[in-house]
Design a protein around this ligand. Structure first.
Ligand code: PGA
Length: 262
């Protein structure tokens, strides 16, 4: 991890803990976040728990992320949520283009780009997710696919001065228990950094590149220790406060220069 960028450890709760159990989990995470002063901690509850979790975390170091949003500001879009609504609910972040959105709900690169524009316009920080499927990896297409996904948002991210994040999440590693190894992850993260740098050195310097896909306490130090990995987007392990805490402490140990403390 590069110490000029603060590590970001973000939990994606997916379709779990939409009520009081989410508020309890948020409270536990807020308590553990007090022990990590060099690391940004963010949680992504479902829409129904955002405002309550934001209230619970108010005054703590824990940021709140929406898991998705619509690109339009308002109107006849039954069941959708706008960037301004996420802001009103207390979000500072929004996860965009998660592979489950792309694969299960047909989100295209173009749709992710529109959402990225809308998020930045509303002063929400996007965590834009990219990543290849197993078939694409086996066909040797990983970097081509990830570059296409990054290219779709590159100009948009470069136009804004916000410290945004891109999460590299190989689809074959999500929820499978099969994480990318540090060498595989770093290869893609380094490529993303190079593409950002080709657009703008400032963009490359300020963008945090997160790894996601079966990130757990036992593989966190190896993955987070990679030079171009600036944190993690965590699904399953973010629902378990002990595991999420251990991953945050692994990031903290690297960022504060005391590896081994976890
Ligand atoms: P996982 O999910 O940690 O359960 O693999 C990651 C994600 O979907 O963001």
């Amino acid at each position: 991890m590069n110490k000029t960028r603060r590590p970001l450890i973000a939990g994606n709760w997916k379709m779990n803990h939409g009520g009081p159990t989410g508020v309890s989990l948020a409270a536990e995470i807020a308590a553990l976040a007090r022990a990590v002063s060099h690391t940004d901690v963010v949680i992504g509850p479902p829409f129904t728990a955002l405002a309550a979790c934001a209230a619970e975390c108010h005054g703590t170091a824990v940021g709140i992320a929406g898991q998705n949003m619509h690109s339009k500001g308002s109107g006849a879009f039954t069941g959708e949520i706008s960037a301004a609504m996420l802001k009103d609910a207390g979000c500072t972040w929004v996860i965009l283009g998660h592979s489950e959105r792309r694969q299960l709900f047909g989100e295209t690169d173009g749709a992710v780009a529109e959402k990225t524009v809308a998020a930045l316009g509303a002063k929400l920080l996007p965590i834009v997710c990219v990543g290849e499927t197993l078939k694409e990896r086996e066909a040797g297409e990983t970097l081509r696919v990830v570059k296409r996904q990054v290219d779709a948002v590159l100009d948009i991210l470069a136009q804004d001065a916000a410290s945004v994040a891109i999460a590299y999440e190989p689809v074959w590693a999500i929820g499978t228990g099969k994480n990318a190894g540090p060498t595989e992850a770093e290869e893609v993260h380094e490529a993303i950094r190079t593409w950002l740098n080709g657009k703008s050195t400032d963009l490359a310097a300020r963008t945090r590149l997160l790894y996601g896909g079966s990130l757990k306490p036992d593989n966190a130090a190896g993955l987070l220790g990679c030079p171009n990995v600036d944190g993690g987007l965590i699904g399953g392990a973010s629902l378990d406060v002990a595991q999420f805490g251990a991953i945050a402490r692994a990031a903290e140990a690297i960022a504060s220069g005391t590896p081994g403390k976890s």
